[in-house]
Ligand binder design. Structure first.
Ligand SMILES: *Cc1c(COP(=O)(O)O)cnc(C)c1O
Length: 345
């Protein structure tokens, strides 16, 4: 099976496992795990923030960022397709008493005109708007890289309006490789940034949240509250350090692979690629009703040895990653060509 369901399916390479085996560890709840400390410092430096904290998932880093920036009864702004709103069980409401105001974007991109007027006036009838959240790259936006000039403009507006800004940078490494902008440049407009090590970098699990020292100290308290305090976590941090050294530049290959897949999809009248072309490692395409449902299309792929996700009733998502070779991508292209004009498979 060629697994394109997500870039989270990657398994640690032998060299990564070797680094994990050799990791120096300590109890990071009682005091500090030396390998994790190294990873956190490195991430903070890469993203240009004072401090970083590691957590078991990107859901936790996002939700703790929201919790620290806001108080119960506060509202945050986000695009209506974002992960924080759609894929985290409304944890901001369940765990932190927050309200989301979703704003329709274009492939997950919000412009200044979309958000103008969305900060509520101070008024005792209303929730208070506290925070703006963006996502880069945008998952449901087919891995789109946020246009940086627009990000800077909208974050400047947010700060002038008294809001904090948080970036869900689950795939910020992909955004950096695709845009040529540094992680620091991409993070500068934001008060806090979450990055996943478990996605394109191929680490078994984990995400980091960065911000000021004060912000991270509060996030550390919240992490313990949410049950995310971990002990000899240097075993995982060693995989993270290994990935920072060896798995960033190669993301460009994943991006090429996604473009190659798009080129196989494009000729078929029943299929329509989102956007003009994938910018990073996520390809989303729509399957027309005349062909069948996305679920039927995914089943047809499956019967031909390819796993992809039916992302909605009519959309298929394919994610390229470390564990898929160029030869396998060519095999997937052949499968797409085989089933492409075969409606109601
Ligand atoms: C994967 C992902 C997350 C975090 O997911 P976890 O499975 O909780 O680590 C957050 N945001 C985006 C955009 C993602 O793709």
């Amino acid at each position: 099976m060629i697994d394109l369901r997500s870039d989270t399916v990657t398994r640690p390479t032998p060299a990564m496992r070797e680094a994990m085996y050799r990791a120096e560890v300590g109890d990071d709840v009682i005091d500090v795990d030396p390998t994790l400390d190294k990873l956190q410092r490195r991430i903070a430096e890469l993203l240009g923030k004072e401090s970083a904290i590691f957590m078991p998932s990107g859901t936790m880093t996002n939700q703790i960022a929201l919790r620290v920036h806001c108080k119960p009864g506060d509202e945050f702004l986000c695009d209506s397709d974002c992960h924080i709103y759609n894929y985290e069980q409304g944890a901001f409401a369940q765990l932190s008493g927050l309200v989301a105001k979703t704003i329709a974007g274009q492939q997950g991109v919000l412009g200044l005109t979309d958000v103008l007027g969305s900060v509520r006036p101070l008024n005792e009838h209303m929730v208070q708007t506290r925070l703006l959240c963006l996502e880069n790259t945008h998952n449901r936006g087919s891995g789109k890289v946020q246009p940086q000039a627009q990000v800077e403009q909208i974050c400047q507006w947010a700060h002038q309006s008294g809001l904090k800004t948080h970036l869900d940078g689950a795939r910020l490494f992909n955004a950096s490789v695709a845009s040529g902008l540094s992680l620091k440049e991409l993070s500068d407009p934001f008060d806090s940034v979450s990055v996943c090590l478990s996605k394109g970098l191929g680490v078994p699990l984990g995400s980091c949240l960065v911000g000021t020292k004060e912000f991270v100290a509060q996030a550390r308290r919240a992490r313990k509250l949410f049950g995310g305090g971990m002990r000899q976590v240097g075993i995982i941090a060693a995989a993270g350090l290994y990935a920072l050294d060896h798995h960033i530049e190669r993301l460009a290959l994943d991006h090429e692979h996604a473009k190659r897949l798009a080129s196989a999809v494009r000729p078929f009248e029943f299929l329509k690629v989102m956007g003009s072309e994938p910018e990073t490692n996520i390809l989303i395409f729509h399957v027309s009703q005349a062909w069948g449902t996305a679920q039927q299309y995914a089943s047809a792929l499956d019967e031909n040895g390819v796993q992809a996700m039916a992302f909605s009733a009519s959309a298929i998502r394919m994610v390229t990653h470390l564990d898929v070779s160029s030869e396998q991508i060519e095999q997937v292209c052949k499968v797409i060509e085989r089933i492409g004009n075969n409606p109601k498979h």
